[in-house]
Design a protein around this ligand. Structure first.
Ligand SMILES: C[S@@+](CC[C@H](N)C(=O)[O-])C[C@H]1O[C@@H](n2cnc3c(N)ncnc32)[C@H](O)[C@@H]1O
Length: 271
């Protein structure tokens, strides 16, 4: 049985993300890049733009923004993630370790600000959104990408659904508050407006997460991140793992198992 994360979910611990850098870059970034590019496409940026990427991770959005020639600042509270982005050595990315809930950046400093699957995880996600508004210049734009489900996307979502179907009465620690609150177009638009933005437009974007099932251990390691996992006993966990593998056997195409996942992207203007 895989190790249990110390907290469930461990998203608020920078050390968790430090340990995830290589795995995240290999498995998640190719997938989150699709959503980062969709979010960027809603922002009018080019070589003269100053852009901020909040909770950059291994840099999916920052790297895509940098390809337009924009001057990009990328922040993350994980030193390991920041080092990884710096290691690309791009002259137009300034990667800095910083808490997205309290940015040490001046007011109105950026033409465009984005956060892709970042702010939704902050314990004080409202402060994260307010900080994004504070550092956006009047007339500037922001894009915030979140999952359309409190279960998140990709493997987390699928395993959480299996847990709920098999054990509807199991209640573990709830998912991150922002993940649940923002997983709805109307609530997302209201939150973005309450943070100080105007005219939010919500776009829905669906992409397949391609799980490589040749790496069996890699798949099993993902199971404990499912919602309510910590409330299950050993036989229940084994039953969930079996149901997950049955689903994979039904849907796999060779070594790849596609998991369609839908994000909501809110784009809004700073008045
Ligand atoms: C799901 S990853 C998203 C990474 C990237 N934006 C992407 O789309 O691939 C979430 C990131 O949020 C960062 N994070 C979590 N809480 C944070 C906080 N309070 N301040 C800054 N970064 C934070 C984590 O270190 C992690 O890199």
């Amino acid at each position: 049985m895989p190790d249990e994360p110390a907290h469930h979910p461990p998203f608020n611990d920078p050390a968790h993300w430090d340990r995830m850098v290589a795995t995240y870059e290999a498995q998640a970034q190719p997938f989150t890049t699709h959503f980062a590019e969709a979010a960027l496409a809603t922002l009018a940026i080019g070589p003269s733009s100053k852009v901020l990427d909040v909770a950059t991770g291994t840099g999916a959005a920052a790297l895509a923004a940098a390809r337009t020639g924009a001057a990009v600042t990328a922040i993350d509270f994980s030193a390991g993630m920041v080092q990884r982005v710096r290691a690309h050595g791009l002259p137009n990315i300034d990667a800095r370790q910083m808490d997205g809930q309290a940015l040490t950046l001046p007011d109105a400093a950026f033409d465009a600000v984005l956060s892709v699957f970042g702010v939704m995880l902050f314990p004080d996600w409202r402060a994260g959104l307010r900080e994004m508004a504070r550092v956006t210049r009047p007339g500037g734009l922001a894009a915030i990408a979140v999952w359309n489900s409190a279960d998140g996307g990709a493997v987390h979502m699928l395993v959480s659904q299996i847990v709920r179907a098999l054990y509807p009465d199991s209640i573990g620690p709830p998912p991150a508050a922002g993940l649940a609150e923002l997983a709805d177009p109307e609530r997302l638009a209201a939150a973005v407006t309450a943070a100080g933005f105007a005219h939010p437009v919500i776009t829905e974007v669906t992409r397949d997460f391609e799980l490589n099932v040749a790496d069996l251990d890699g798949v099993d390691r993902l199971l404990p991140f499912a919602t309510h996992w910590s409330a299950l006993d050993l036989p229940q966990r084994e039953a969930v793992a079996r149901a997950f593998w049955d689903e994979i056997e039904r849907g796999r195409v060779g070594d790849l198992f596609p998991i369609p996942s839908t994000a909501l992207i809110a784009t809004a203007m700073r008045p």
